[in-house]
Design a protein around this ligand. Structure first.
Ligand code: ATP
Ligand code: MG
Length: 436
């Protein structure tokens, strides 16, 4: 088959047979978020390029190398969102939500776009579930946001995830640290990659995040931020740790975590797995106290995280996590002849209005082929309607699971009979589950 165009490199389709897995992950994430009283925010897929340059930071990999930026027909520079936070904060500021009760607690499920080298768990279009908690300065908010992420992973049945946390201080204490880093890395100018060399003056902390083996090796002995924290940042970090301990959340402190985005302050964290190859961060976030001001708004200490949903799905499949069964059609109505089709379409309408999912033939196939299809889609019940059934007003309802047949009146109490039979199936299912 030669298509006019195939899918763009680094993109993935969620096919009808697989989409229930996405629905499940999204449902669990939304449920957990609402237990913490977070509400959904939806923002556009594209924003003005400056938003990300300022919001994500122009010394980051994302802005320097990964953005999908183009001029629209009006000559404006537009960027497809590479992450969800900048757009969410832009929206919160633009709508003046900070004038209402604080904190503002929002979550999102969005597609993101980054021009990266595609590989397992690293795509050019990927999806994030993220939360933002805006206007909350207490360390208890940090612990809560981390717990939210932790809770989603737990509810999805994911095991063996490690939570690593760090504090990268505030602009005040970071100034000293930056000086120390500059001094340290200056001795390795010859060996650092080109990107890191350019970071040396502008933002040496970024070097700690470089994925090149040479730079990571050099970074191993670099000064550690935790030794430079000011009293306020130190106390904040101590409290975050004690709240997490009190909530029984296990973590390790990893002073090497600096996160890829510029706007982070104080707490940063990652949930990491070693089971899906090199792309081990499934959820990452932190505090970004300076972002709202950076974007032209008031000072609003805030924090959040984003979870890579493709990586979550990969990990769940790898670990054999359970997904609840996909929904299947309640009933397949097989038809013979034109009159039967008229009846079938009427019945489908009645059944669907009552909340059942009903399917009938669209391909003028014989009964055998229709029943084969009913089996394939896993319909719970089936009924065959032909001239005889229309004349007698009666047909046979077949339970596809047990093979049991029940005579039904096509008009009369059909819906009720199906309802009862369906309930019986569900009850048997529950009994079986309870027994085994
Ligand atoms: P990485 O270190 O893997 O490049 P990052 O620091 O660039 O991640 P963030 O910007 O913090 O990632 O995004 C949050 C989460 O989104 C990541 O932890 C990851 O799960 C997911 N993610 C990031 N980039 C991609 C991508 N290109 N493809 C799939 N998922 C991604
Ligand atoms: Mg990245």
């Amino acid at each position: 088959m030669k298509l006019v165009a195939d899918a763009i490199k680094g993109t993935q389709d969620a096919l009808p047979k697989e989409s229930y897995k996405w629905h499940y992950i999204e449902k669990v994430a939304k449920n957990v978020a609402s237990r913490f009283d977070f509400k959904e925010i939806r923002t556009p897929v594209f924003e003005k390029t400056e938003l990300f340059q300022r919001g994500v930071g122009d010394t980051t990999d994302v802005v320097q190398k990964e953005m999908y930026t183009f001029n629209d027909k009006g000559g404006r520079s537009i960027t497809l969102r590479p992450e969800g936070t900048a757009g969410a904060i832009r929206s919160i500021l633009e709508h003046g939500l900070f004038n209402d009760a604080l904190p503002i607690k929002a979550y999102y499920i969005t597609s993101c776009y980054r021009y990266e080298k595609p590989q397992a768990g690293r795509l050019r279009e990927f999806h994030q579930f993220g939360v933002e908690c805006v206007g909350a300065k207490s360390p208890i908010a940090d612990a809560e946001v981390i717990m939210l992420g932790n809770s989603i992973l737990e509810q999805l049945g994911i095991n063996n995830i490690s939570l690593e946390i760090n504090s990268i201080g505030c602009p005040k204490c970071r100034a000293e640290y930056t000086k120390a880093l500059k001094k340290y890395f200056s001795d390795y100018k010859e060996q650092l990659c080109e990107t890191c060399l350019s970071r040396l003056d502008r933002n040496p902390m970024r070097i700690l995040d470089c994925k090149s083996p040479v730079c990571s090796k050099i970074a191993e002995n670099a000064p550690v931020i935790l030794d430079y924290l000011c009293d306020e940042c130190k106390e904040h970090f101590e409290k975050v740790k004690s709240y997490l301990t009190s909530a029984n959340i296990q973590f390790t402190v990893n002073p090497k975590i600096v996160r890829g985005l510029d706007y982070y302050t104080k707490t940063v964290f990652e949930f990491i797995t070693t089971e899906i190859g090199a792309q081990g961060a499934v959820c990452a976030g932190g505090r970004y106290d300076g972002l709202a001001e950076e974007l032209g708004g008031p000072a609003l200490p805030s924090l959040g995280f984003a979870m890579g949903l493709e990586r979550i799905l990969l990990l769940m499949e790898k670990q054999g996590c359970e997904f609840p069964d996909d929904d299947v059609a309640d009933i397949y109505i097989a038809t013979m002849g034109e009159k039967a089709k008229m009846k079938a379409i009427e019945l489908c309408k009645t059944l669907r209005d009552e909340g059942f999912s009903a399917v009938t033939d669209y391909s003028d196939r014989g009964i055998k082929a229709q029943m084969k299809y009913a089996n394939k889609i896993g319909a719970k019940f089936s009924i065959v309607i032909g001239d005889n059934e229309i004349d007698s007003g009666k047909a046979t309802l077949k339970n596809m699971l047990t093979g049991e047949n029940t005579e039904v009146e096509i008009d009369g109490d059909f819906v009720n009979t199906l309802y009862k039979a369906n309930t019986q199936n569900i009850l048997t299912d529950i009994e079986n589950t309870a027994l085994f």
